[in-house]
Design a protein around this ligand. Structure first.
Ligand code: NAD
Ligand code: UGA
Length: 461
């Protein structure tokens, strides 16, 4: 099928590349000309394992192109994905201006051929009908002579198809989704989407080919939009829950990693997303939980559980600071080394990363902050972030350790488990490891000469 994906961030680019790999003919549109030029040269503007290889092979096969020309994209696509950002406004509400601009652009360039417009972006409940109206308004003001407006107005339908991929495993998640959600009232549009995803549904590109077909959940528009918010809000709340349990474990001398294992084996609870740590971040959980709270408030409901999940997370994101103060007392003049900066491993994404809160507070308290991140290296695009201006970025873990009073593991990159901690201890001023993700083997760290502290457990209780 002919596909157009508008917006080539983590979701749009991965969706476009994977659909092209599945055999569809894909045009990706972005209004950032620099990004488009980079992608045209076969390079992905984001770090996502496996993405560059798939992108280059589909480009070579002639099934994947990049452009800033929305008109060309709209004319090409039988299915038009809207995958632009929906960042938070200061009120917590979702900023839908980019979705609005794209919907207007689509309406201005419709040709009269049947097209399905797909809301892939995470958008407030009610956005499906809102997008439809914007497209209709754009048609009404379209300066067209060759197709009459009534024909254009009948030529498209809107479907909600929320995305559940995780950054850092986006390609894997796209080929191995737990489910596909399609919201809409038009059977023709839903059937078009099922045809588009048929190879995925049959697990043709999955590592789990022996499993039954991927479930497709067909709903009305509003329910599909709500599924996306409810899924992220549930996962964020689950993490806040285990973090709260961890904080109680710290006080009573229990081990949250054992508790998580013990409760996670109950199939009603499940073992995923029970990793206690210094809080959830990233471009989605914080903004999506805030947006759901905002929506509830708009309809006269205060959503106490979601508010509590956010509050627990705000506290958790500064727990490392509290623990450093317990161990080092005065932080002024101390040097703190951060292992990892991004909100999770295998990504270069710093959006709403807990590291940024920690850096801000450490600097405010007069500490010197060093950091080592495998992707956010000195000179990299991500390192230009102004919030890192006062951070001394190291190129190796050894360089990071030099002169530090404590190391804080902020991001659970797998390679941090096997660093030469004994060698690092030898070049530090004081030997403290605060494992903010409970990702290290505590005994090995202690053997390397460190005092070790995790979140919800420690070795010397
Ligand atoms: P992003 O910020 O990484 O990318 C958005 C892209 O859209 C940018 O490249 C930008 O240049 C482009 N853009 C903006 N306005 C445009 C316009 N008018 N025309 C063409 N291109 C335009 O965003 P993202 O992280 O990919 O998220 C996109 C949406 O998907 C959001 O609603 C987000 O909540 C949702 N989502 C994200 C993830 C994730 O892991 N990042 C997962 C699921 C859902
Ligand atoms: C999350 C969801 O997992 C995706 O399904 C969803 O599509 C996406 O948001 C989105 O809507 O954008 P992502 O933000 O990429 O994906 O990352 P996660 O793996 O969910 O981690 C989010 C945060 O929670 C990270 O800061 C991570 O460190 C933290 N986390 C995760 C924990 O603290 N404990 C856990 O057990 C799991």
């Amino acid at each position: 099928m002919n596909v157009c994906v508008i917006g080539t961030g983590y979701v749009g680019l991965v969706t476009g590349v994977c659909l092209a790999h599945m055999g569809h003919d894909v045009i990706c549109v972005d209004n950032n000309a620099t990004k488009v030029a980079l992608m045209q040269s076969g390079k992905s503007p984001i770090y996502e394992p496996g993405l560059d290889e798939l992108m280059q092979s589909s480009m070579a096969a002639g099934r994947l192109r990049f452009t800033t020309d929305l008109k060309a994209g709209v004319e090409h696509g039988d299915v038009l994905f809207i995958a632009v950002g929906t960042p938070p406004l200061p009120t917590g509400e979702s900023d839908t201006r980019y979705v609005e601009a794209v919907a207007r652009g689509i309406g201005a360039h419709l040709t009269g051929d049947y097209k399905v417009i797909v809301n892939k972006s995470t958008v407030p409940i009610g956005s499906g009908n809102w997008v439809r109206q914007i497209v209709l308004d754009a048609i009404a003001s379209q300066d067209t002579t060759h197709v009459d407006r009534d024909t254009l107005a009948q030529s498209f339908e809107v479907v909600s198809n929320p995305e559940f991929l995780r950054e850092g495993s986006a390609v894997y998640d796209t080929f191995n989704p737990d489910r596909i959600v399609l919201g809409g009232s038009s059977q023709r549009a839903i059937a078009t989407m099922q045809r588009l995803y048929a190879p995925l549904i049959r697990r043709q590109f999955s590592e789990k080919q022996s499993l039954p077909a991927i479930p497709v959940v067909v709903t009305d528009l509003a329910s599909a939009e709500m599924i996306k918010y409810a899924a992220n809000a549930f996962l964020a709340t689950k993490i806040s829950f285990i973090n709260e349990v961890a904080n109680i474990c710290d006080r009573v001398g229990a081990d949250v990693t054992q508790v998580a294992q013990g409760i996670g084996l109950d199939s009603r609870i499940g073992d995923k997303f029970l990793q206690a740590g210094i809080g959830w971040g990233g471009s989605c959980f914080p903004k999506d939980v805030a947006a759901l709270i905002h929506t509830a408030r708009d309809y006269g409901y205060e959503a106490p559980l979601l508010n509590a999940a956010v509050q627990t997370n705000q506290h958790q994101r500064l727990l490392a600071l509290e623990k450093l103060q317990q161990m080092l007392k005065i932080l002024k003049g101390k040097t703190i080394g951060l292992l990892g900066l991004t909100f999770k491993p295998n990504t270069d994404d710093l959006r709403d990363a807990p590291a940024l809160d920690l850096i801000r507070e450490l600097v405010r308290l007069g500490a010197k902050v060093k950091a080592y991140d495998p992707i956010v290296q000195p000179g990299s695009h991500a390192a230009q972030d102004e919030r890192l201006a006062q951070v001394d970025l190291a190129t190796t873990p050894m360089q990071l350790a030099q002169g530090c009073d404590a190391l804080v593991l902020v991001t659970d990159w797998v390679q941090f488990q096997t660093l030469d901690y004994a060698a690092m201890a030898a070049v530090m001023r004081q030997r403290i490891v605060l494992d903010g993700r409970n990702a290290l083997a505590p005994e090995a760290i202690v053997q390397a000469g460190f005092a070790y502290m995790g979140i919800g457990y420690s070795v010397d209780r």
